[in-house]
Design a protein around this ligand. Structure first.
Ligand code: AMP
Ligand code: GLY
Length: 417
């Protein structure tokens, strides 16, 4: 099977790594990719937001499957363009990707499907904003309705800051604050059948102790030893299957990866957000634990034959990933700094430790930073404590001027808290 992956972050590196280890994959391409992905896939330049260009590339390569990694191409209809060219795509149509592209749309789907989520108001005027802020009180949760690359949500005790954020957006969703730990649960679906993956936890804030601004995610781990073993079944029944059924009944079936961001509150599980693609960095730890070869699962979802997919199997190992971000991430990340130590990790740390690239590119013989999140250092071990130790040992070998990382990824969970 020839597979083309669209995107160029650590999530796509994790996808390409798994696909490159799959004996059914005879050729693997990634467009546009990055310096790390180039080691496991053949890179092709493409404008990932241009559906016709992606479809033409997939046709030229004779791809049997196209996997669209990030949300922006999905919302832009890249999946539709490739499907129209007769090539199976893992990733939803533009219409179904509105589940991530519009928070108001997601709220509407959840209301219709009876999916538990925070109570909310969609506001377009200052009067509506004030009424909604008053209705819920602090802490205030204000969300830009549209895609905002992880910067659309403000959670604050400060009413003025909450109000300021609404001024930056055309339409906002203001909602009740949800307390309790967050879980990311992914499901692969063909629009009918839903196959949940293993849950993971992401660390969204920039600094240790969940301080600092929201980011795309600074690290993740899986499994979650503290979670109720019935969590996946419960979320399947109350969230994932009803959402997939609702979108099918609306005539816009969702196929691809349905990402449920959940809060485990004292009153039960609530959806914080949906995404229409694999999460980053959670994918790095989920795929590290998946034993079933990936390509066949994604192809079954793309073709609508997920009912024929044998049950997924998982390693007993735990996985931890730690993101190394550039100087000044998430505000104005500095790029172009050389990255050193990658060869040492590859040579010294064994096959259970590997560095997935996010924002990197090659400059002559050097690999340099090219984005806010630069690397995702991933390790597996017999338990979270061991995986954590291995990941941080590798992080310590990597040198990137001015870089930052959290030191507490999976720390509480590894200590049984
Ligand atoms: P989102 O982009 O919707 O994932 O929001 C980013 C982050 O904001 C989430 O991961 C949460 O940490 C936080 N957040 C979003 N909605 C809520 C909410 N209703 N209550 C508390 N925190 C929230
Ligand atoms: N890790 C959060 C996201 O992928 O949206």
């Amino acid at each position: 099977m020839k597979v083309l992956v669209i995107g160029g972050g650590a999530r796509e590196h994790a996808l390409c790594r798994s696909l490159s280890l799959d004996p059914d994959v005879s050729a693997l391409y990634c467009a546009p990719g990055n310096a790390g992905i180039a080691e496991v896939a053949e890179l092709r330049p493409v404008d990932a937001l241009d559906g016709d260009a992606v479809a033409a590339l997939a046709t030229e390569l004779g791809a049997d499957l196209v996997v669209v990694g990030p949300e922006a191409p999905l919302v832009a209809g890249v999946g539709d363009a490739v499907r129209a060219a007769g090539i199976p795509v893992f990733g939803p149509s533009a219409d179904a990707a509105q589940l991530e592209g519009s928070k108001a749309f997601a709220k509407d789907v959840m209301a219709a499907a009876g999916v538990p989520t925070a109570r909310s108001y969609v506001c377009t005027t200052p009067e509506e904003v004030d009424a909604a802020l008053d209705a819920f009180g602090a802490p205030y949760v204000v969300k830009d309705d549209g895609l905002a690359a992880g910067k659309g949500v403000v959670v604050t005790e400060d009413r003025a800051a909450a109000r300021d954020h609404t001024l930056a957006c055309d339409r906002v969703v203001i909602e009740e604050y949800l307390d309790g730990p967050e879980v990311s649960l992914f499901a692969i679906t063909d629009g009918v059948t839903v196959l949940p993956l293993q849950p993971a936890q992401d660390f969204k804030r920039a600094l240790d102790g969940d301080e600092g601004p929201n980011t795309g995610g600074m690290g993740a781990y899986s499994p979650l030893p503290w979670a109720d073993p019935k969590l996946v079944d419960e979320v399947m029944a109350s969230v994932l299957q009803p959402t997939v059924d609702e979108l099918r009944h609306r005539g816009t079936p969702f196929s691809g990866l349905l990402y449920a961001g959940l809060a485990i509150t004292s009153r039960g599980v609530r959806v914080i957000e949906f995404n229409a693609r694999f999460g980053d960095p959670e994918t790095q730890v989920v795929l590290a634990r998946l034993r079933t070869p990936l390509a066949g699962v994604l192809l079954n979802a793309a073709r609508g034959t997920l009912d024929a997919q044998p049950p997924l199997t998982w390693r007993d190992d735990a996985a931890v990933t730690v993101v190394i971000a550039s100087h000044n991430y998430p505000e104005t990340p500095r790029t172009g700094d050389p990255i050193e130590g990658l060869a040492e990790v590859a040579a010294e740390d064994g096959p259970d430790v590997y560095v997935l690239h996010a924002g990197t590119r090659r400059e002559g013989d050097a690999v340099v930073s090219a984005g806010g999140r630069v690397l995702s250092v991933t390790a597996t071990g017999s338990d979270l404590a061991q995986a954590r130790e291995k990941a941080y040992k590798a992080v310590a070998r990597i040198r990137l001027d001015g870089s930052q990382h959290r030191t507490d990824i999976a720390a509480k969970a590894a200590e049984g808290r």
